[in-house]
Design a protein around this ligand. Structure first.
Ligand SMILES: [Zn+2]
Length: 278
């Protein structure tokens, strides 16, 4: 904990005298992060060493599970991506409603379209890539069920694994990726052979609260996304102020969906099963 926060923690009952600032620099940095969706790690082919960071105090887990809709629509160039309002907040989700409706029709094309409309789970975690270098910063890794299960297996293996998250007695994890395509990509996770202390304890403090990266749209925002409006406008990202707006498609009251799997990656497809955080 940096000194400022320590001081803050001690003065909860008395007047709070120490607090941080929200500078213009920081604001600009945050705006950039908002528009890029954070610093997500693209796993390279080959072997990489990563270190998972322990959750900050008050966080229930080092992981955040996202129920993510990833929908390809005819006439819309990029997939429509958002966190499911129904799964995350028990609120109205047009994609889930449409999937429910399609599923009742009983024909196989509709069943497939319904499946493509369903949210799939992705786990997000704060990691340091190449953690031997204290200068390196914290990245976010969004991964699928197989990686998540591999981490669970390491965590519960008393013999060759253990609590890899411990900043003192934990250890690095080797990530071996083979393949780049939807069908041939595979990851193998290996626990580091030795316990190692984090070389930069500040990493714990500077990691992102991943819950804040969940983009859960209102019904209005969902309609705008499905109408083909530029996601940056829908989410209020300021990056391209003054850029010409994407021409809007005619308003539709049904959600049309490509049956073809489109740009879904191998990782997306690893997510069809339940992910259990216990
Ligand atoms: Zn949904």
């Amino acid at each position: 904990m940096p000194p400022k926060e320590k001081q803050l923690a001690k003065t909860t009952q008395a007047a709070v005298v120490a607090y941080g600032d929200w500078s213009e620099d920081q604001m600009n940095k945050e705006s950039k992060e908002m528009s890029s969706g954070g610093d997500f790690w693209k796993v390279p082919v080959g072997r990489t060493t990563v270190r998972f960071l322990p959750p900050k105090i008050g966080w229930p887990s080092p992981f955040v599970i996202q129920h993510q809709h990833f929908i390809n629509m005819p006439g819309v160039e990029k997939a429509i991506i958002f966190a499911c309002p129904k799964m995350h907040e028990s609120k109205k989700c047009l994609a889930c409603e449409k999937a429910d409706k399609l599923e009742t029709s009983g024909n196989s094309r509709d069943a497939k379209a319904a499946k493509n409309l369903r949210p799939s789970k992705r786990v997000m975690a704060n990691v340091v890539i190449d953690p031997k270098n204290p200068e390196n910063s914290v990245s976010i890794w969004a991964f699928g069920k197989r990686v998540y299960d591999a981490l669970k297996a390491i965590r519960t293996d008393d013999e060759n694994g253990g609590n890899f998250l411990d900043p003192i007695g934990g250890f690095n994890i080797g990530v071996l990726r083979v393949g780049t395509g939807k069908d041939d990509t595979a990851y193998t996770l290996t626990p580091g052979r030795e316990q190692s202390k984090l070389v930069n304890m500040d990493w714990i403090e500077i990691q992102r609260d991943l819950r804040q990266l969940l983009r859960i749209p209102t019904v209005d925002q969902q309609n705008r996304l499905f109408d083909g409006e530029d996601p940056k406008d829908v989410w209020g990202d300021k990056e391209e102020v003054g850029a010409p707006a994407t021409p809007k498609r005619g308003k539709k009251d049904v959600i049309d969906v490509d049956v073809d799997d489109g740009q879904r990656t191998a990782e997306d497809d690893l997510f069809d099963d339940e992910v259990d955080l216990d």
